[in-house]
Write a protein that binds this ligand. Structure first.
Ligand SMILES: NC(=O)C1=CN([C@@H]2O[C@H](COP(=O)(O)OP(=O)(O)OC[C@H]3O[C@@H](n4cnc5c(N)ncnc54)[C@H](OP(=O)(O)O)[C@@H]3O)[C@@H](O)[C@H]2O)C=CC1
Ligand SMILES: CC(=O)C(=O)O
Ligand SMILES: [Mg+2]
Length: 420
């Protein structure tokens, strides 16, 4: 049943259009295309029996031949259990399907990667892990999506250890990579450094924990980071912490989000809607960076934030405001780079290479076609442009190539990088 609340908020008209978009002219957003001639008796003898038996024999003799004779090498599974669909919570796999189909659209549109969305009923991590293990031979890579913490950590780790294809939890690493690239650029504009900035991360789930880990890897100081969940600041005195939260616990007497925001340089929201008040924003340090990334409704709306102060750099996860910090800028291009060199995993070197490529591209002149896609006459590196736009065609060249090179250099590629 359609929730009447959906039509009673600021996105009401957009929500109506979104339902039509998904329903017409055919339900859903993806389909399957045949890539070889299939018009004659001879075509059928090649595509199906008897001809199809020969690639079967070749793959049986050497499984690597699957990359030559099947679609495996360019096929990624987007797999979810539906436990953390956007910021909508545990709505289940079926309700999460439009998001997974959406990810498939982005894989294809931005990186020409074919994709199956797979929604799994699994109550326990082990059931989910076993399901993915059983279907993994079909795919060149596994993109885990919208699986809630803490199960997502256990699931991803087990699959990385047991599979020889890249397994990547998008909400963790995809999000962390884009946050890092955008934040480094925003801090540069604000005249601050990652090393010295005091950072508040609201949300201690998949996205929050991974973002903290990556930012620390890039130079953020552990003592400068406050992570917050529904119980407040995650501090060393708490007795309710799982090992992942304990790993980001601070030695502090701050207890609430308001305490943490007072004097902070950076706010990163990966939690839920409308959780940051005008007063909290006003209490931040001069020239703050505010990434309100909860989808579809951010932790604070840009219109309100900009009314409160004019010295901030603001980003959301949405496509309809400036500065979209969203993993759409990551997973298509990162998987492209990994698949191109048949990488066995997506390691931290490859993730950092993606951060650097994204960050650097935002400093360059914006092409006309990007301006046209966004109805803009001008756009250049500055407070309203800290990260490239998803429609920037240069992403397809720069990010995969940087990721492939890092895979080769770090020893996880199985074929050479063919680019210049
Ligand atoms: N822009 C982007 O690219 C992305 C945005 N996101 C957004 O980030 C959010 C979280 O996603 P994800 O990490 O995958 O989900 P998880 O379920 O793994 O984690 C959610 C976290 O948010 C915390 N949280 C939720 N509501 C509140 C609240 N009212 N007060 C304090 N903390 C709260 C939870 O606290 P507790 O642990 O106490 O339950 C938990 O730590 C979603 O809104 C999602 O849309 C995620 C990925 C990408
Ligand atoms: C963008 C995304 O993956 C999320 O909000 O979950
Ligand atoms: Mg997601």
């Amino acid at each position: 049943m359609t929730d009447p609340e959906s039509f009673a908020h600021p996105d009401a008209e957009l929500n109506r259009q979104a339902l039509d978009y998904h329903a017409e002219p055919k339900p859903g957003k993806t389909g399957i295309m045949v890539t070889k001639p299939a018009a004659t008796q001879h075509d059928l003898s090649l595509a199906y029996t008897p001809g199809v038996a020969e690639p079967v024999r070749q793959i049986h003799a050497d499984p690597q031949n699957a990359y030559r004779y099947t679609n495996k090498g360019n096929l990624v599974a987007v797999i979810t259990d539906g436990t953390a669909v956007l910021g909508l919570g545990n709505v289940g796999g079926l309700a999460g399907k439009p998001v997974m189909e959406g990810k498939a659209v982005l894989f294809k549109r931005f990186a020409d990667i074919d994709c199956f969305d797979i929604e799994v009923h699994a109550k326990r991590p082990q059931e989910f892990i076993e399901t993915v293990m059983r279907i993994a031979p079909t795919f060149g890579g596994i993109n885990l999506e919208d699986i809630a913490a803490p199960h997502c950590f256990e699931i991803e780790q087990a699959l990385i250890e047991q599979l020889d294809i890249p397994v990547f939890h998008d909400d963790q690493h995809g999000t962390a990579i884009i946050i890092a690239a955008g934040l480094l650029n925003a801090l540069e504009l604000q005249g601050k450094t990652l090393e010295e900035s005091r950072i508040v991360v609201l949300g201690a789930g998949a996205a929050g924990i991974a973002a903290i880990r990556l930012l620390m890897g890039l130079g953020a100081h552990r003592n400068n980071i406050y992570c917050i969940d529904r119980q407040g600041v995650i501090h060393l005195g708490r007795k309710d912490l799982n090992p992942y939260k304990f790993g980001v616990a601070a030695d502090t007497d701050k207890r609430t989000l308001a305490d943490a925001m007072d004097g902070a340089d950076v706010f990163i929201g990966v939690s839920g809607p409308d959780l940051v008040t005008a007063e909290m924003l006003a209490s931040m340090a001069p020239r703050p960076v505010v990434f309100a990334l909860s989808n579809p409704v951010p932790e604070i709306r840009p219109d309100l934030a900009k009314q409160v102060r004019d010295d901030l750099i603001m980003a959301t996860g949405r496509s309809d405001y400036p500065n979209q910090i969203n993993n759409v800028l990551g997973f298509p291009f990162i998987f492209r780079g990994a698949l191109d060199v048949r990488a066995s995993r997506i390691n931290e070197d490859m993730q950092v290479a993606a951060v650097e490529a994204l960050r650097a591209l935002a400093h360059e002149t914006v092409p006309e076609e990007v301006l046209a896609a966004y109805g803009l006459s001008e756009l250049s590196f500055g407070p309203d442009y800290i990260i490239p736009k998803p429609f920037d065609p240069r992403l397809r060249e720069r990010v995969p190539s940087a990721v492939s090179r890092a895979a080769v250099a770090s020893g996880v590629a199985r074929i050479p990088h063919s680019g210049a």
